[in-house]
Design a binder for this molecule. Structure first.
Ligand code: NAP
Length: 490
């Protein structure tokens, strides 16, 4: 199957923070991949901007290196790379000063879509917005893309929204949550709303519970100073896991339209019940000493504050208080240094109301729909069937397994990276996969009491072993409801 490349008009994209990690690992390689796919039209330009003094040639050399390192070999075509580098330019600019702004304004061409990607620390978002405005680059054709974290609580998120709103309308602001750019995440909406199969069962009458897991094997390594101020709740739950929950729990929007979709997600966030302290478990990974090997540092060795109470793991139970979900708990967990790197959503259905088969002849399991975000994006529906063979009517559970890469043929193996997709959505002016200001604020309004509760009580996270499934109490969180977490494995 050949993937469709939706044409866009020529555009100017300015990447602030062009010398940084995100620009070099994701944004610039992603733009090259879109160029390679034929999606960046002639007449477009990509302008890097950061304080580092360099000319366009040096920026091209930096980008060439980023492409070599981060783009798969199959797309490393010399002529294409050179053609892509030709549309790059660079301006040395200080978000807090005046240097470079007039030069940038002169480079940005009238009559095109102008996108400004703020790949810098959030503390600079306001400065950039204000200077874009002052230098007459905040017109109706302008769009700004802002990275996470969007605030660290409700108050800071509100202040940030107000700062951006001073110069840009909401329809010009694209708050990135790269989870929403993942192919499988969008597939969730397709599966739910383009098939009749699941929707009639998609409620508390038929769904026992939902598990959302985002497990990582890495620790916080070199990101200790950033991460320790954040923790798993702010870094993962308030944004990524919450967005996944919304896509599972939302009502069908009247149309696949940015505001219709985001209105429905907002209703879910507003319906989330406060989380009781007994329904939440925090953890911090321990180091791992291996005989004769270097071993792995524990969380407290990875950060400056040896008494840090920041969590690298979180598991919680919450409810969506509305008619559809009354009585169906949502269990969320995410953590670092866990057993395997995996992200998935598992929807466990209830058992049939009455069994016509003998209990002894069945290894009864509930139907589970698993949506895998990584690795091996796909879907898996566990169903009961008769065990093949002459052994009578014995029942076993088997998976109906679909890997998107396999199902879509060769092209499926080449699913675009979330950043590529999202950047092209910005150019197209499609905000469906971006968080609206009120959504972000509602998510913080739910998160704030949890964060404040830890501080007020002086709660400490529980230690857990590197390479494990997280703290013991997280297992208990489900056991006491008569349920089990799915195994964390690739
Ligand atoms: P980074 O590596 O520290 O890069 C920051 C960039 O900002 C550099 O290009 C730096 O270049 C530029 N910069 C700093 N001060 C500036 C100023 N006064 N004026 C203009 N440019 C300035 O950070 P990053 O990891 O790329 O992250 C960028 C943003 O993305 C942050 O908001 C981060 O939270 C978010 N984010 C990053 C990742 C990731 O994987 N890295 C993931 C999710 C979100 P100069 O020093 O040359 O000015």
């Amino acid at each position: 199957m050949v993937s469709r490349v939706i044409p866009v008009d020529p555009f100017d994209l300015v990447v602030f923070g062009a010398t940084g990690d995100l620009a070099n690992r994701k944004i610039l390689p992603g733009l090259y991949r879109r160029f390679f796919a034929g999606q960046i039209p002639e007449g477009s330009q990509i302008i890097g901007a950061a304080r580092t003094e360099m000319d366009a040639e040096a920026f091209r050399a930096q980008t060439r290196a980023a492409i070599t390192e981060h783009v798969g070999k199959a797309k490393q075509d010399k002529a294409q790379i050179e053609a892509f580098l030709n549309i790059l330019d660079y301006v040395a600019i200080d978000a807090k000063g005046e240097a470079g702004w007039a030069e940038l304004a002169a480079k940005v061409q009238p009559g095109k879509v102008h996108a400004f990607y703020f790949s810098v620390a959030p503390a600079l978002f306001g400065d950039l917005a204000e200077r874009l405005h002052r230098n007459k680059m905040a017109g109706p054709e302008a769009r700004i893309v802002v990275e996470k974290p969007f605030g660290r609580d409700l108050e800071t998120a509100r202040a940030l929204n107000a700062t951006l709103a001073a110069h840009f309308d909401e329809h010009q602001i694209y708050r990135i949550d790269h989870y929403l750019g993942k192919e499988t995440v969008q597939n969730l909406m397709a599966v739910r709303f383009a098939n009749i199969l699941f929707e009639p069962l998609w409620n508390s009458q038929y769904i026992d519970h939902v598990q959302i897991t985002v497990a990582e094997t890495v620790g916080i390594g070199g990101r200790g100073s950033y991460y320790d101020k954040s923790g798993a709740m702010r870094d993962m739950v308030q944004n990524h896991l919450m967005q996944l929950l919304c896509l599972i729990a939302m009502e069908p929007p009247y149309h696949f339209d940015p505001d219709a979709v985001r209105d429905e997600k907002l209703k879910v966030i507003r319906a989330l019940q406060p989380v009781q302290s007994s329904d939440i478990v925090r953890g911090q990974y321990l180091g791992l000493k291996r005989k004769g090997e270097e071993g792995l540092a524990g969380y407290l060795e990875d950060v400056e504050d040896r008494n840090s109470k920041t969590e690298s793991y979180i598991a919680l139970k919450t409810h969506v208080a509305n008619w559809r979900w009354q009585g169906t708990p949502f269990y969320l967990r995410t953590g670092k240094r866990l057993r395997a790197r995996t992200s998935e959503i598992a929807i466990t259905f209830k058992q049939p109301p009455h069994s016509i088969f003998d209990e002894d002849d069945a290894d009864w399991r509930e139907n589970v729909l698993v949506i895998r975000l990584q690795p091996n994006e796909g879907m898996n529906l566990k169903v009961m069937i008769k065990e093949p063979g002459p052994g009578g009517m014995r029942l076993v559970q088997v998976p109906l397994d679909m890997s998107f890469a396999e199902a879509l043929g060769e092209d499926g193996a080449d699913i675009p990276d979330a950043y590529e997709r999202l950047i092209m959505d910005v150019i197209r002016g499609n905000q469906t996969l971006f968080m609206r200001g009120d959504e972000v604020e509602a998510a913080w309004a739910w998160t704030d009491p949890i964060l404040n509760g830890w501080v007020e009580r002086g709660d400490k996270p529980q230690p857990y072993d590197s390479g494990s499934s997280g703290p013991e109490d997280a297992l208990m969180l489900m056991h006491r409801d008569g349920r089990r977490w799915r195994e964390i494995r690739e």
